[in-house]
Design a protein around this ligand. Structure first.
Ligand SMILES: *Cc1c(COP(=O)(O)O)cnc(C)c1O
Length: 391
């Protein structure tokens, strides 16, 4: 059956839809039940229809949905305090999406240098073929030819270096550089983890050159890596961190976290958002935060994700001609294939496991952070079966 779609064709959608979700599972309109290891691309951090999120949003929906940021929003004050207490941050600005959060991060960096009388320091140094979102500035920040095609004129102010190329990184830092902005773990770019010693190196360079470090944790943050933030294991402190995906548990929330130094530039009127931080969103964010930021919860993410990783390594060793590498950290995992990853993902879907592609022929695996061990076992069984078929 082919029905006309009135949606623009900017997505190549899979011919499948769902009517219900529960925990790690999605129920298709085709009658099939799927193990959902996409979770809205790392968005549903607590799976589908989490009872505490349902309770929180139901209760708040009867009280108050939206008021302007012209007034104090206590639910937002509360979430900002929790984020600050848990992390490096001293201040937070709420947004509605990842791209907005990364753009706000860029604004905070530029505004800081403006406020200290160095407005010429305004260029942001990013990784080539990274991902920071789809707004105009974000696509130019990402430095991907494909994403900017047809969307000129160019938005200036971004320079790029190759992932892992330290020489090119150092060479690209100029007098007018304001900040280095990188994803702590590249998501769309193929699940590439910046090792601890490189994070430390980045911090050191930024200190030496007196520039800011922005770590985009829109995908890898909020517990997905096993720590609340993926950079925590390196013991460094960034200056600015945009987050989004996981913090809303399925409700659109973005935020930019910053230290006191850079927050000083964000005086009244410098930034704003009509929807950002409204009571309904903030109630959900608070509920996600209360669960995800607990040490016990994060320890379970660490433990279960290591279990998953080990099982994936066993599969890789069983099919060394199919799987080149297992990548990632926590529940941001990737299977790098030698061959076509799209056919592999299709086979997984035919066997009722949903995954999503990333660059470099990687199959991206994003379970909910509260996934059960037997669900991991089920996924492993399906991946094993698909490897057998894929040969
Ligand atoms: C998804 C993502 C974004 C963009 O988020 P949107 O909500 O789609 O705007 C930005 N940065 C990273 C690292 C992401 O993974």
């Amino acid at each position: 059956m082919k029905t006309k779609s009135y949606l623009a064709k900017n997505y190549n959608r899979k011919k499948i839809s769902f009517f219900k979700g529960k925990g790690s599972f999605l129920y298709g309109t085709n009658g099939a039940k799927y193990l959902d290891f996409v979770q809205g691309i790392a968005v549903n951090s607590l799976g589908h229809a989490h009872p505490e999120l349902i309770k929180a949003i139901n209760k708040q929906s009867k009280k108050l949905w939206h008021v302007s940021n012209a007034f104090i929003i206590p639910e937002g004050e509360k979430l900002a305090k929790k984020l600050a207490k848990k992390t490096f941050a001293d201040s937070v600005i709420f947004q509605n999406s990842g791209a907005e959060a990364t753009e706000a991060a860029i604004k905070v960096a530029r505004r800081y240098f403006y406020s200290i009388g160095k407005p010429y320091k305004n260029r942001i140094l990013c990784v080539k073929n990274s991902f920071h979102g789809r707004t105009l500035a974000a696509i130019y920040a990402s430095g991907s030819k494909k994403m900017i095609e047809g969307f000129g004129p160019k938005i200036g102010g971004f320079d790029h270096f190759e992932f892992g190329n330290h020489k090119s990184l150092k060479k690209k830092i100029k007098k007018n550089t304001a900040a280095i902005m990188v994803e702590t773990i590249m998501g769309e770019g193929g699940i590439k983890v910046i090792p601890n010693w490189c994070l430390k190196g980045l911090r050191k360079i930024c200190n030496q050159k007196k520039i800011l470090l922005i770590l985009d944790e829109v995908q890898c943050g909020v517990g997905r890596s096993g720590d609340f933030f993926a950079f925590e294991k390196s013991k460094i402190k960034p200056d600015i961190v945009p987050i989004a995906k996981g913090i809303g548990g399925g409700f659109p929330i973005g935020a930019v976290l910053m230290n006191k130094k850079v927050a000083s530039g964000m005086t009244p009127g410098t930034h704003g958002s009509t929807f950002g931080g409204n009571p309904l969103a903030m109630i959900v964010g608070n509920t996600v935060m209360d669960i995800v930021s607990k040490k016990k919860f994060l320890n379970s993410v660490k433990k279960n994700s290591s279990y998953f990783f080990e099982k994936l390594i066993i599969i890789k060793n069983k099919y060394p001609k199919i799987i080149k590498e297992i990548r990632g950290e926590g529940f941001l995992l990737g299977i790098k294939l030698y061959g076509d990853q799209k056919r592999f993902i299709k086979l997984l879907m035919d066997n009722k496991l949903l995954t999503i592609k990333a660059a470099e022929n990687v199959v991206r695996i994003l379970p909910p952070l509260n996934v059960k061990k037997q669900e991991i076992d089920l996924a492993i069984k399906i991946i094993d079966k698909v490897c057998e078929k894929y040969k």
